[in-house]
Design a protein around this ligand. Structure first.
Ligand SMILES: Nc1nc2c(ncn2[C@@H]2O[C@H](COP(=O)(O)OP(=O)(O)OP(=O)(O)O)[C@@H](O)[C@H]2O)c(=O)[nH]1
Ligand SMILES: [Mg+2]
Length: 356
């Protein structure tokens, strides 16, 4: 899965190719850095699967322990009490009541009054979730010419700034020149946090004093990207709720200021959602995607969450593709979301194998 649709004429700077090679990002035979072959996918599908598996550890534990308990009683029948227990276990992963109900119905239709068959229950879970997660390959949109502008938004503490750093890190490793806009001028610490990341990963930053107009920072960041011939400009924003109309208007202003300089920008507006908040994250960010015209989701903190099933209602509620998932706090801990690998990882240590 490609991270990004790059401009055809782009040829990476040879020195960057060297740097990427040193950093471990594979370099192909033509000397260009493959956009999808950054640290996340360096080992191919197997490595991505391993990363999802590690990230989903807590959710898998919940699923395995709870569901395995259902199979403990030998000769248990698929009856109302079994279906209620199954529903409860599924809902605990935060996959949402609709998906859980669909699985329960499927199990009922196929196994009613029979002795519970764990493999068949697993098939129902896998089949239902893969249908619900059926999203098309969604690489980031890129500018036809000139810099690509990405605006990042979401509620307080969801993981915006860290996700920006990780995204920028991927681009830099890909040989792209990246400028960040420290548009969260609300707290001085927020600007410092982004500045620290910028110097660590080798990106430039445009910043202002605390309290400055975020739209003016966005303006300056895009201007710098244009004048300095940067490939990517990523703009951070302060956390906000959809109900804070003044802050939502501010987001509108940021967008307008960007579009004045590059009419088709921002090319992506990413909504960062905290996976540890599970279903709460959905209600917090409800309405956000339309209000801010978001184009994709970054699901941060999947590694710390026992509610990894939340990917399912996230795609359904926001009607947006999940483009990336955060799998830790380090610069490399961002993976392109791949529904197939995700499901494999979620159901990998099949609870059918060995009763606890
Ligand atoms: N484990 C883990 N922690 C993460 C991840 N992403 C972010 N965090 C942590 O979550 C906390 C908040 O992250 P930030 O990036 O500052 O969140 P933010 O949305 O920019 O926060 P505000 O600017 O205050 O709204 C930090 O401690 C991050 O290190 C992730 O994928 N996994
Ligand atoms: Mg922040």
């Amino acid at each position: 899965m490609a991270l990004f649709r790059f401009r055809g004429s782009d040829k990476p700077d040879p020195s960057k190719v060297d740097e990427a090679a040193k950093s471990g990002a594979p370099v192909d035979s033509t000397g260009s850095v493959s956009p999808e072959a950054t640290a996340d996918e360096a080992g191919g599908a197997g490595r991505l699967f391993d990363r999802f598996r590690a990230g989903l550890k807590k959710t898998v534990q919940v699923l395995n322990t709870d569901v395995r308990d259902l199979f403990k009683q030998e000769g248990r029948l698929v009856d109302e009490s079994f279906l209620n227990d199954l529903r409860r276990a599924l809902v605990r992963t935060d996959m949402g009541p609709t998906a859980a109900e669909e699985i329960v119905k499927d199990v009922y239709a196929k196994q009613r009054a029979r002795v519970v068959d764990p493999e068949s229950v697993l098939d129902s879970i896998r089949g239902t979730l893969s249908q619900r997660l059926d999203q098309t390959d969604a690489p980031l949109a890129a500018a036809a010419t000139g810099p690509t502008v990405i605006l990042v938004t979401g509620v307080n503490g969801s993981g915006k700034t860290t996700s920006i750093a990780k995204l920028a890190n991927r681009f830099v490793k890909d040989g792209k020149r990246v400028v960040l806009g420290a548009g969260d001028t609300f707290r001085a610490a927020a600007v410092e946090q982004l500045s620290m990341w910028a110097s660590r990963i080798g990106a430039e930053i445009v910043r202002s004093d605390q309290g400055a107009d975020p739209a003016s920072v966005a303006h300056r960041a895009v201007a710098r990207a244009l004048e300095g011939d940067f490939d990517i400009c990523i703009i951070d924003t302060a956390g906000r709720l959809q109900t804070q109309s003044n802050l939502m208007q501010e987001l509108g202003k940021i967008r307008r200021v960007i579009a004045k300089q590059i009419p088709e920008a921002p090319h992506e507006v990413l909504l960062v959602i905290d996976a540890t908040a599970g279903q709460n994250a959905l209600s917090q960010a409800k309405g956000f995607s339309e209000a801010a015209s978001c184009t994709g989701v970054v699901l941060a903190k999947l590694d710390g969450s026992a509610r990894g099933g939340v990917v399912v209602p996230v795609t359904e509620t926001f009607k947006l593709p999940v483009k990336f998932v955060g799998l830790g706090e380090k610069a490399d801990d961002l993976a392109v979301f791949d529904p197939k690998r995700y499901l494999e990882a979620l159901l990998a240590d099949s609870f059918c194998d060995s009763p606890a």
